[in-house]
Design a protein around this ligand. Sequence first.
Ligand code: NOJ
Length: 563
Amino acid sequence: MRTAWWKESVVYQIYPRSFADSNGDGIGDLRGIIGKLDYLKELGVDVIWLSPVYQSPNDDNGYDISDYQAIMAEFGTMADFDELLAAMHACGLRLVMDLVVNHSSDEHPWFVESRSSKESPYRDYYIWRSGKGGREPNNWGSFFSGSAWQYDETTGEYFLHLFSKKQPDLNWEHPTLRAEIYTMMRWWLDKGIDGFRMDVINLISKAPGLPDGPVANEAPYQSPGASVFHGPRLLEFLGEMKREVLDRYDVLTVGETPGATTAHGVDITNEAHGSLNMVFQFEHVDLDAEPGSALGKWAVRPLDLGDLKRSMSRWQHDLHGRGWNSLYLSNHDQPRPVSRFGDDGRYRVESAKMLGTFLHMLQGTPYIYQGEELGMTNVRFPSIDDYNDLETLNAYREMTERYGMSHEDAMARIYVKGRDNARTPMQWDASPNAGFTSGTPWLKLNPNYPQVNAAQAMADPDSVFHYYRRLIQLRKAHPVIVHGDYAPLLEAHPQIYAYLRTLGDTRLLVITNFSADRPAFALPPTISFERAAPLIGNYPVDEAEEIRLLTLRPYEARVYLLH
Ligand code: NOJ
């Protein structure tokens, strides 16, 4: 069965600032990436997604773009970019770029013009409103704390920024703005890039009239989600983008869509009427926060495996044959999965492999975030001054000042959820600064790099790296992994997540233990087979072992083909 290449691919995300520094300024760069293509080839991934490399004042590390057609000076030049793209294509890797068009930087010339006067032809490229009763135009909060509105003295109006005040929201209601974005997208695609990851793309159509959103808690500004996620014109805008741009190229497109339901996922990714190949949904990464809390994602609670199963199973089931899933546990906004869902101490290696197995055997396109393939872990810097991420710094201020939390309490939440967990530099080897830079790194390294690093992992056949390599190869060898349907098993078991994938008469049995205990696994008697052939696992297994009743080891994962 032949199909779209992006269904059969494994994507690797690079956060360029933290990947590899070639010139000793402490900041990763494009030439650093060129130097690591052999590593990526050895891992066996097919596609590289680069977090933004465009010109940016770096209020949000590149997610605030001041020129969509220029490269950030710290990362190199357009010539470096062209060389990187050519080098990737020469070795069979595809390149997907980040597209950040819900907002720009406030230093983008469009915004500089827009804020200069109400009469500017660029005024309506952004969302301006007058205040209400001496206050902001509505109760929307920014995802990065505080109001989503900023008063601007030049014209006496407020502009909308769902993220930082240096990230004003673009006004997608304005046709000229949309046309400019499509022209810019075609310019990159004509250069030969292989697709886009679209930042918070389901936020581009806001509720008409920008009304107050529902009040869920006592906070002065409320989450704007209900008023901005999947708004009334979203599908129309995406459809236009598809006609004007995407249909003309053979590309991978993935929309980042916080708050998306499976129905939204189908609307956006259905091959007949959707516009994008897949979405990054957020349900599974929101499960370890108390819903509706004023503290948002910082209201941490333990993950209930039952919640994870129900959520993943719903996405697997609802999109099968109707759309396409992305599969991820990790990215530059999320804590390290081995610390979050596994055990980053005694069972670091076992649990990192178990999580990889759980994810890579599902239906969808898997994404690996840099360092995940090494089992990199969260960090715990004692001082808030060692953190860089503006979301984290704003949240620390809010937690300690508004909510009166102690330093320790606020830091405990940051250790669990902060975005810098994922952004500490890539750990290449045991030399100073992990071989990331010869200078002073822009963000401190995780002090465990002498033990956890790529050189060690590549030399150890039992490492997480080599296990991921095998997971990637299995997807290429067994169509059931790409195309098979999905049925959960032992749905009520509190520690074991098991499922069956079926394609014709090929059946794949996946068994994962999400705990440090030794739970018993009993195969449902309705599943009959003559022989179970082990495909991969994170402990040695006896090929002749009867698998109807097993005692699993801590964080054990096993995959079998049933004949
Ligand atoms: C989602 C990105 O992944 C995140 O890093 C960024 O801060 C926001 N969108 C705003 O662009």
